[in-house]
Ligand binder design. Structure first.
Ligand code: ATP
Length: 317
């Protein structure tokens, strides 16, 4: 059920050379239509390679997953979820686009939008830390992207700087939906007929990354959509401090710190961001700020989340 074996169909406009008439043709594209280039990254169960379409010269990132490895490691479910989530999110601001999926005997391929500026961890490392202006620019896009995915019933569950890519305009693109949770649609009474999801539905899956994992998953063995808000708080802290708030020599010690909410602000950490981080890195998810409250925080005073302008404009110097 992955995709038509070895091919994906695209609709192409073709001009008839005799009549000059424009017609739509279904064309099958396969891996042969792309020239593979440098390796862009390596995940725990995939490798990501730059690919150029032979016909258009357009660049893509191709995520290649070995079928044998996926089956052996019992990761097939992750790939199915990743594909479904990306398909549901296609065209959403701040989310990496999935164009096609292919397969051959050995591998599955995701043809993704290419993000040429690497990941957000690379950006933080390059500058050591970000100033308040840069932090506001990236944080506003990250939280708006998280808002969009929650509103269509998807919880990412592994938001971290490595999974935040930077596109050609240095805008945020969330990626790696392998451990996402796709919520079932609830009956809706809303007059606008908008789909409704239970964002507080408990999930017991132990997924995520030690430094960004929520305390409720460690203490009470459950999470819901608010684990993405916790991770956002950790990343906001990291932007200013240059390192994640909870970090220790190994995973066990990192978990201990998370469970005790044991972190400290670095010298010179801006007061306004401190206030927001303190309201995000809260033990009880019921006391953690919700997305609307985050957007209304004084740190985002000059950001208009309503008109989409958070995605306009150039990134700060
Ligand atoms: P993980 O170990 O985090 O589960 P994964 O196997 O799911 O990883 P990804 O996180 O999707 O793989 O990708 C691995 C790396 O490849 C990323 O950290 C990034 O550096 C690079 N990469 C992924 N997608 C793209 C893209 N669309 N454009 C540019 N680089 C990308």
């Amino acid at each position: 059920e992955w995709a038509e074996r070895g091919a994906a169909k695209i609709i192409k406009d073709v001009v008839d050379p005799t009549t000059g008439e424009l017609t739509k043709h279904v064309v099958k594209m396969g891996i042969k239509d792309f020239k593979f280039g440098e390796q862009l990254g390596d995940g725990s169960y995939s490798s990501v390679v730059l690919a150029t379409a032979r016909e258009s010269g357009k660049k893509y990132a191709v995520k290649v997953l070995s079928k044998e490895y996926l089956i052996r490691q019992k990761k097939v479910k992750y790939v199915t979820v990743e594909k479904l989530a990306l398909q549901k999110l296609n065209g959403t601001k701040g989310i990496i686009r999935l164009f096609f999926t292919f397969q051959d005997e050995a591998s599955l391929y995701f043809l993704l939008e290419y993000a040429p500026h690497g990941d957000f961890l690379g950006l933080i490392k390059k500058y050591g830390s970000l100033n308040e202006i840069c932090a506001r620019y990236y944080a506003s896009q990250i939280i708006d992207a998280v808002d969009s995915l929650h509103s269509i019933g998807i919880i990412h569950r592994d938001i971290k700087p490595e999974n935040i890519l930077l596109d050609k305009d240095m805008k945020v693109k969330l990626t790696d939906f392998g451990t996402a949770k796709i919520l079932p649609e609830q009956p809706s009474n809303a007059a606008d007929g908008k789909p409704c999801f239970d964002l507080y539905a408990k999930s017991k899956s132990f997924v995520g990354t030690a430094e960004y994992v929520s305390p409720e998953l460690l203490n009470d063995s459950y999470t819901d959509s608010r684990c993405d808000i916790w991770a956002f708080g950790c990343i906001l802290y990291q932007m200013l401090a240059g390192k994640p708030p909870f970090k220790a020599a190994n995973e066990y010690l990192t978990f201990q710190k998370v469970m005790k909410i044991q972190y400290a602000f670095t010298a010179g950490f801006p007061q306004i961001v401190k206030d927001l981080v303190k309201k995000l890195l809260v033990r009880d998810p019921n006391d953690r700020l919700a997305i609307e409250q985050i957007k209304a925080h004084v740190f985002f005073d000059k950001i208009n989340f309503e008109d989409g302008s958070v995605w306009d404009g150039d990134p700060p110097e």
